[in-house]
Design a protein around this ligand. Structure first.
Ligand code: 5GP
Ligand code: ZN
Length: 113
């Protein structure tokens, strides 16, 4: 989608530190990390947020989960990490392209703020 930062990263038009990729998904380091390890795991195809996903996206959403687990392994935080999506502005979503934050490398508090 035009004017979507994450679509541009997926297309290679904006640089990012890519840490995992496959034909359907991509993971790259967050520009403003909130933990020693902070990656964003996204579908290559533009879906604005989780609640915008359709029944036909079920396979892609499954692949996204597996991509997150593989990213955690690649970054050596698979023993302990958090996977979270901010769905909607009031939940903290600032980029309207579905993404999971993968956070690790420090003690993570619960509940999150
Ligand atoms: P949200 O606030 O939508 O849940 O998360 C968006 C995330 O994208 C933020 O953590 C922000 O730091 C990150 N971000 C925004 N623009 C860029 C960018 O151009 N490159 C990278 N690598 N991360 C970005
Ligand atoms: Zn997009």
């Amino acid at each position: 989608m035009a004017d979507c930062i994450f679509c541009k990263i997926a297309a290679g038009e904006i640089n990012a530190r890519i840490v995992y990729e496959d034909p359907d998904t991509l993971a790259f380091l967050d520009l403003n990390p909130q933990a020693p390890t902070h990656a964003l795991v996204i579908p290559r195809r533009h879906i604005p947020r989780l609640t915008a996903a359709a029944d036909t996206d079920a396979e892609l959403l499954g692949k996204l989960q597996l991509a997150a687990a593989r990213t955690a392994k690649a970054l050596k935080v698979d023993g302990a990490f958090r996977l979270v999506t901010n769905n909607g502005k009031a939940a903290g979503q600032s980029v309207d392209h579905l993404h999971y934050h993968l956070l690790g490398g420090r003690k993570l508090l619960w509940p999150p703020g």
